[in-house]
Design a protein around this ligand. Structure first.
Ligand SMILES: [Fe+2]
Ligand SMILES: [Fe+2]
Length: 221
């Protein structure tokens, strides 16, 4: 049997280990935040989608925890408990529409985009550990973006424009908050073989695609 944990160099292994722990911590936070949101979600279809997502994220946490253990890297948290509290608190306070924007555009869609860009550079074991989570994330993104579009369609034209005009600023704010966590993301991404600038450009292009998609009217049957 080949050892799936055999990787090229210690720098790669440490940095990939840190990114995997970060991804696991974020999935766990998403699980908790979505679990809390079930009660105040506006209708049953939203509650069911959130509950399904809680189950998916729980599975992602188990898969990643198991893989980090096998990978043999430092399992210590990357985000501190205080930072975790701040993130939970941010999402807890958000009204439904803002929750959809921050959770599904910023965290799920743009976060997954960054992870997907890492997949081709990753060792086989890490790639395999990301297969199920990244497939589920596509469903979460689909729910969040289509639900956001439905909610926007219910607003008056001026309210909709106001929200859409503020959306790039919301995305920038979350992105700044992520960098303010002091994680040295550029260093971690470069150490696993990514070109951080190209990765950033890829995420920005995805952001522009999402903004176009969200602004486009829902096609009438
Ligand atoms: Fe996940
Ligand atoms: Fe997700």
């Amino acid at each position: 049997m080949t050892d799936k944990t055999q990787v090229r160099d210690p720098g790669y292994r440490d940095a990939m280990g840190r990114l995997l722990v970060l991804y696991t911590q974020i999935d766990k936070l998403i699980m908790e935040v979505c679990g809390e949101k079930i009660v105040s979600a506006p209708d049953e279809s939203a509650k069911l989608a959130l509950a399904k997502q809680v189950g998916d994220e729980s599975r992602h946490v188990s898969i990643q925890r198991q893989w980090v253990k096998q990978f043999g890297t430092n399992p210590a948290p990357v985000i501190s408990p205080t930072q975790e509290d701040q993130i939970r608190d941010h999402f807890r306070k958000l009204p439904w529409l803002d929750f959809l924007a921050d959770m599904y555009v910023c965290v799920e869609a743009l976060g997954s985009d960054a992870v997907e860009q890492i997949v081709p550079l990753a060792d086989p074991g890490t790639r395999e550990s990301l297969r199920i989570p990244l497939t589920d994330e596509l469903n979460h993104i689909h729910f969040g973006i289509s639900r956001l579009k439905q909610e926007l369609a219910k607003l008056s034209a001026s309210e909709r424009h106001k929200f859409l005009d503020g959306l790039p600023g919301r995305i920038d704010k979350i992105s700044r908050a992520l960098h303010d966590l002091g994680l040295n993301l550029p260093g971690m991404f470069e150490a696993v073989g990514a070109n951080y600038n190209a990765l950033r450009q890829g995420v920005l292009a995805r952001r522009d695609d999402l903004l176009r998609e969200i602004s486009a009217p829902i096609p009438q049957p």
